[in-house]
Design a protein around this ligand. Structure first.
Ligand SMILES: Nc1ncnc2c1ncn2[C@@H]1O[C@H](COP(=O)(O)OP(=O)(O)OP(=O)(O)O)[C@@H](O)[C@H]1O
Ligand SMILES: [Mg+2]
Length: 366
């Protein structure tokens, strides 16, 4: 994967955005404007261009299509700069039935070879409050860096669904079948647990480094895997599954397994969910994301394009300036939005950043 950067984007009939060419710089791009003018829509258009999906839930062609458009078709036209400065065009046409894409005018099924990371200010709250959100975050991100993890996770989930289906029927009829499949579940559990531990080991130093650099030299951020079977052998995990089988048959599903594992962000050794303020929780979450970007670069020798949708809330002026300082020194392309007047003033001070003002879907660039 290469460190591609998006240099131009023009969309037609995409939400409220005007059909105008938006020019992006290779570093920080500040997307500024009042509420409801189209800042997030620009981030979404970039996300759809690269991944063909929105970051908003349940949003696809019908939601993307401008309610003011003349024809039910959306067009994307873009230019990416390659690492050797060799630009190429990437265009697309999307209607209710299909979407077609072209790279330098030639039809292609491939997506642009660049990753994109969307950072949503509300995700910090859900991440800290919901175990399933944490599991999903780690599963997805470990899966990107380790495709084998993704495969084993799919196999584990398939086996678990089958086990639960048997347990929810007349489990006594299927006890032998469940016993026969548990070694497989134990094998996958061991691989998943080991991969999770390896990921945490790798991301840990980046995470505490980002946290110190952006938010506080005085505090320490660590991530812990909460797993009953950490360090256990396959046969120990198998024994655990078997010893729980009677209870599982009573309640009709698998009570314990690595699908129930969790992660804790530790702020100076204390659970950040119980102990931290909303601002500190957001800093911890952002540090985890920035650590992931560093790890991504280490693995793939490239950076994703980073889309940051108004993260200014709950952070004080000092954290704003440290966050901006961090972005200025990083090597990835970033598109960052805000409607907050004070944060906007800070962003406008960044030397060399592109400033994109959005007003009723129309952009003016400085
Ligand atoms: N399919 C659509 N067609 C036309 N306009 C749309 C469509 N979908 C959303 N919009 C408009 O897009 C605007 C919202 O854009 P967006 O979410 O990008 O705003 P924003 O600048 O990020 O605002 P905020 O600062 O509040 O987050 C709204 O005015 C909404 O009416
Ligand atoms: Mg927005």
């Amino acid at each position: 994967m290469q460190s591609l950067k998006l240099s131009k984007l023009q969309v037609t009939n995409f939400r409220n955005l005007e059909k105008e060419v938006i020019q992006f710089g290779p570093g920080i791009n500040c997307i500024l404007g009042e509420n409801g003018n189209g800042k997030t829509n620009i981030l979404e258009a970039v996300h759809v261009l690269i991944t063909r999906k929105s970051f908003r839930k349940n949003s696809s062609f019908p939601q993307f299509l401008s309610i003011d458009g003349d024809i039910p078709e959306i067009y994307f036209s873009s230019v990416f700069d390659g690492p050797e400065g060799s630009p190429f065009s990437f265009t697309g046409k999307w209607d209710s039935d299909r979407h077609e894409w072209y790279c330098d005018g030639r039809p292609t099924r491939k997506k642009p070879e660049v990753a994109v990371l969307f950072i949503n200010p509300f995700d910090s709250y859900s991440f800290h409050n919901t175990a399933s959100m944490r599991r999903t975050w780690f599963d997805q991100h470990i899966g990107v860096l380790n495709p084998e993890y993704k495969k084993v996770l799919n196999k584990y989930n398939t086996a678990l669904r089958f086990r639960n289906a048997l347990l929810s029927k007349k489990p006594s009829h299927f006890l032998e079948q469940i016993k026969a499949m548990d070694p497989e579940l134990a094998k996958y559990s061991k691989i998943l647990t080991d991969s999770r531990k390896a990921f945490l080991l790798e991301i840990q130093s980046y995470c505490s480094g980002a946290f110190k650099e952006i938010f506080s030299e005085e505090h320490l951020l660590e991530i812990q895997l909460d797993s009953k079977v950490s360090g256990w052998s396959e046969s120990q995990i198998y024994d655990l599954l078997q010893s729980n089988l009677q209870k599982d048959t009573l309640i009709g599903h698998t009570r314990y397994g690595v699908h129930k594992d969790d992660y804790t962000l530790l702020f100076d050794g204390l659970n950040s969910f119980d102990f931290c303020s909303l601002g500190q929780q957001k800093m911890s979450y952002l540090s985890l994301l920035f650590a992931y970007i560093e790890l991504f670069r280490y693995k793939f020798l490239s950076f994703p394009i980073v889309l940051i949708d108004d993260v200014s809330g709950e952070l004080d002026k000092l954290r704003w300036s440290r966050l901006i300082n961090y972005l200025e020194h990083s090597h990835f392309q970033v598109l960052i939005t805000t409607a907050n007047e004070k944060f906007k003033e800070e962003l406008e001070k960044i030397d060399g950043a592109k400033r994109i003002y959005v007003d009723s879907g129309s952009v003016s660039i400085q």
